[in-house]
Design a protein around this ligand. Structure first.
Ligand SMILES: *Cc1c(COP(=O)(O)O)cnc(C)c1O
Length: 399
């Protein structure tokens, strides 16, 4: 592995802080490195691998489509994009789909759609309110919406017209609203911000405010969507419907894809020539998306995720009693963070890795778990054993 790591350091941009593991193969929740070490993968490609690694449904859809048609451009109709859009519309509260290639692009599309709608119907309103600690991507538009100053500030000036307000503070949204405000953009649960849960009534309060003031409610379900939180989309559990929703990560089981969904009255404001992307609605990604999404729905994997979540949460919460350094277990479905009393999550992640478990230090004091939706009882139990022993090892008082 060390030769590969040295070569990466020589040839690639050094913009990632990678774990020192060269992954070469995976199967389900397991993955192997170049030295043959086995890991339980509770990162799941950052909530992307909803069916785990090398799932036959994903692999076969990819192989089949690759022999038929990989790419055509949007000058033509192709069938997988229509099938995937129909599945998404029939299983969500929204009416139309625009496909792109990543989460960031889905957010860009949502920003443009909101501004187009504001231009046409709200006297040119364009300002968007988003949340501190929110994460929406890395392009200069999506980054402008992202509420973490350290991601934004080195790249100023970004797209203007964004206001960041504290999470879980409805009054702050109200105070930031003016005649120029066109939309409120947020994640139903903040993922990259550390798995921050919405307070009871918060999302409903935002929905009511948006309706009252004719603002668009945009949910970034890029991380929470596709069964991750125990329902196909996180908004279902809150009974709060967005006007626009962004998806990506898990939608095609690991193949790059993004999607923006909107209600008809809003979607109709994007007209030919307004927006597009060469690779968007690509048959390879969309056919894999159809296979993945159908399987997730038919096998009722969101419910399985909710059940495995209970098993995981129960065990993790029991650690709070045994390990005083564990201060909080938060999350929903299979998007979970273990909060620590001190900034030791990087050490815990390293100790887990050495014991054969991949997890992510989402905050200096929080470890995030997001295994595939089809994770088994045994895998949950083994991951908890490893995590507990790693936390113990890292936080044991020095002898
Ligand atoms: C990952 C993520 C994005 C960005 O998606 P990319 O595919 O990395 O561009 C945006 N919003 C949320 C909530 C995410 O988790």
């Amino acid at each position: 592995m060390t030769d590969w790591i040295a070569a990466e350091r020589k040839y690639l941009f050094q913009n990632y802080g990678r774990q020192p593991v060269v992954l070469v193969r995976g199967e389900g929740t397991r993955a192997w490195d170049a030295d043959g070490n086995e890991y339980l993968d509770f990162v799941g490609g950052l909530a992307v691998n909803v069916l785990g690694h090398a799932h036959p449904v994903v692999a076969e859809a990819l192989a089949r489509q690759s022999r038929e048609l990989i790419h055509t451009s949007n000058l033509y109709y192709t069938t997988p994009m229509i099938e995937l859009a129909k599945l998404l519309v029939e299983n969500s509260c929204l009416d139309r789909v625009f496909f792109c290639n990543s989460g960031t692009e889905a957010i860009e599309a949502a920003i443009k759609l909101a501004r187009r709608w504001g231009h046409d119907t709200r006297n040119g309103a364009y300002e968007i309110i988003s949340m501190q600690d929110g994460f929406h991507g890395r392009s200069t538009g999506a980054l402008a919406a992202t509420g973490t100053a350290r991601y934004r500030e080195p790249f100023a000036p970004l797209a203007p017209g964004f206001h960041h307000v504290p999470w879980n503070d409805l009054e702050a949204i109200k105070a930031a609203t003016n005649d120029k405000t066109v939309a409120v953009l947020l994640e139903p649960i903040q993922g990259e911000g550390g798995v921050n849960m919405p307070a009871a009534g918060y999302l409903q309060g935002i929905r009511d405010w948006c309706t009252e003031r004719r603002l668009l409610l945009i949910f970034d379900e890029i991380q929470t969507g596709i069964g991750r939180t125990g329902t196909l989309f996180a908004y279902e559990q809150e009974g709060v419907e967005p006007d626009i929703m962004c998806l990506a990560k898990g939608l095609a089981g690991g193949v790059p894809i993004g999607a923006m969904l909107a209600r008809e009255e809003i979607a109709s404001h994007l007209v030919p020539g307004d927006h597009g992307t060469t690779f968007g609605a690509n048959p390879l990604a969309c056919a894999t998306g159809v296979a993945t999404l159908k399987y997730v729905i038919e096998q009722n994997l969101p419910a399985h995720a909710a059940k495995q979540s209970e098993r995981l949460m129960t065990r993790l919460r029991s650690m709070e009693d045994r390990l005083p350094v564990v201060t909080e277990v938060r999350g929903r479905g299979l998007l979970i963070a273990v909060g620590l009393a001190r900034d030791s999550s990087a050490e815990v992640v390293a100790a887990c890795r050495q014991r054969g478990l991949l997890v992510n230090n989402v905050r200096p004091n929080a470890v995030r778990l997001m295994p595939p939706l089809n994770v088994t009882d045994d895998e949950v139990d083994r991951a908890c054993d490893i995590l507990e022993s790693a936390i113990q090892a890292v936080t044991a008082p020095a002898k």
